[in-house]
Design a protein around this ligand. Sequence first.
Ligand code: FAD
Ligand code: HEM
Length: 406
Amino acid sequence: MSVNQKTIDIVKATAPVIQEHGVAITSHFYKLMFQHNPELKNVFNMAHQAEGTQPKVLAGAILGYATYIDNLPMLSAAVERIAQKHASLSIQPAQYTIVGKHLIQAIKDVLGEAATPDIIEAWTDAYGILASVFVKREGDIYNEKINEDGGWVGFRDFTVTKKTEESDEITSFYLQPVSGQLLQYNPGQYIAVKLKGEEHSHVNMRNYSLSDAPGKEYYRISVKREVGQGDKPNGIGSNFLHDHVLEGDIIEVGIPAGDFYLNEKSNKDIVLLSGGVGVTPMLSMLEHLVATHSTRKINWIHAAKSSKSHAFKSEVNELTRTHSNISSTYIYSDNLPEDKMERKGLVDAALIAELVENYSEAEYYFCGPKPFMKAVLNALTVLGVKEGQINFEFFGPSEELTTVEH
Ligand SMILES: Cc1cc2nc3c(=O)[nH]c(=O)nc-3n(C[C@H](O)[C@H](O)[C@H](O)COP(=O)(O)OP(=O)(O)OC[C@H]3O[C@@H](n4cnc5c(N)ncnc54)[C@H](O)[C@@H]3O)c2cc1C
Ligand code: HEM
C-alpha cells in the first residue's frame, strides 16, 4: 500500500501536535477501548496500564511512524520487534480495526476542533498503512509457524510436568504439550502464557523467555516472584505461577517468538551478561552453544543481589568446569557474610575490559533490570563496542530502554 503525498504532508505537519498530546491521546484511547471492548482486557497487561508504561510505548510507536511515514524501511527493526511481541500474544487482524477506531476517536476527542476532517482522514490513512504492515508481518509469522512440522498457532494446552526452585525468588516450570508437538525456537526467544485464577477478573497474558536450550521435549520458563513494595502491589502473573500453578496443572501457552536470539552464523567471541532473572534467555543461549559444540570463546557474566537469589549457579559452574572455552564470573550487589569470597559491586566498563580479552571485537547479549541494562549499555559505549555487536532484551515494554542514557 502506498502513502499519498497529502497524507504525508498532513501527518508530518501535525506530528508535533500529536507529540505534545501523545500520552493524553493514547491514555484516552485505552480508556475508550477498554470501555467499548472490555474483552481486550484479556489481551493487554493491565499492570502496565496502571504503571503508565504502555500508553507511552504506543505514543512512541505512533510518533515513530509519523516521522518516517515516507520512509517505512527505517521502521523495520521496530516493526519486527513489535510484530514478534504481537505474534506471541496471537494478535489478530480484526483487532487492528478496533484499535484504529478508538485511536482516531481519541485524536478527535483530545484535539477537539483542531482535528479537522483532513487531519482525521490523513491519520486514519496513516494508521491503516501501519496496521497493514503489522498484519502482513504477523500473518507471515503465523504462516511460518503453522507450516513447521506439527506446527500450530494461537494458544495450546500445556501440562506443567515439573516445578523446580532455582533460587529464593526464581522457580522453573517445565511445560509439555497435552497433545501435538512443540514448535522449535531460537535460543533467546520467549513464549506467552495465559493465567487466570478465580480471583482474577480477566486473563493475564505474560511473556517468559525460554530458559533451556531448544531441542528438548519441553519448554522451560523460569519466573521471578515479583514482590510488591510501597504502593506497588505484588505482581499478578508471577505470584499466581509461584503459588497456584502446580505440577500436573494445565496452562495455555502461545507460540515462541522474539527478535532477540543468538546469531549462530557468527564465530566471534561471545559475552553473555545477565542481571537477576535476565539470566533466562542467556542460559538458553549458553546451553545451546554447548549442545552444538561451539568452539567460540564464551564469557558468562552474571550479576545478582547475593548467592541467595543467584539462580542456575551450579549448572553454569558445571558447564564452565567441563568446557575450556567457557569462563564465568558472578558479581553480587549485597554484602552477605556468606558471600565474602565473591566479587562485589555492579557491572561496569572496567569489569568487562578485565574479563573479556578481545572486548572491542566480541559480540554481546544482555538482559536484566533497568539499572543493569543502563550500566551495561554505558559500559559498552565507553569501551567503544560497535552497535552491531550489541544485542539486548528488556523484560517490559521496550520504550523504557530508549530512555537509557548512553
Ligand atoms: C520478552 C519478555 C521476556 C520475559 N522473560 C521473563 C523471564 O524469563 N522470567 C521472568 O520472571 N520474567 C520475565 N518477563 C517479565 C514477565 O513477563 C512479567 O512482566 C513479570 O513476571 C511480572 O509480571 P506479574 O504479572 O507478576 O506482574 P504485574 O502484575 O504485571 O505487575 C508488574 C509491575 O507493575 C506493578 N503494578 C501493578 N499494578 C500497579 C498499580 N496499580 N500501580 C503501580 N504499579 C503497579 C507491580 O507492582 C509490578 O512491579 C519477561 C517479559 C518480557 C516482555
Ligand atoms: C498499528 C498499530 C499498533 C502499534 C503501532 C502497536 C505498537 C506496540 C508497541 C510499540 C508495543 C510494545 C512492544 C515492546 O514490548 O517492545 C506493543 C505491545 C503490545 N501490543 Fe501493540 N501495537 C499496535 C496494534 C495492536 C493491536 C491491534 C493489539 C491488540 C488488540 C495490540 C496489542 C498489544 C499488546 C497486548 C502488547 C503487549 C503490551 C502489554 O504489555 O500489555 N497492539 N504494541
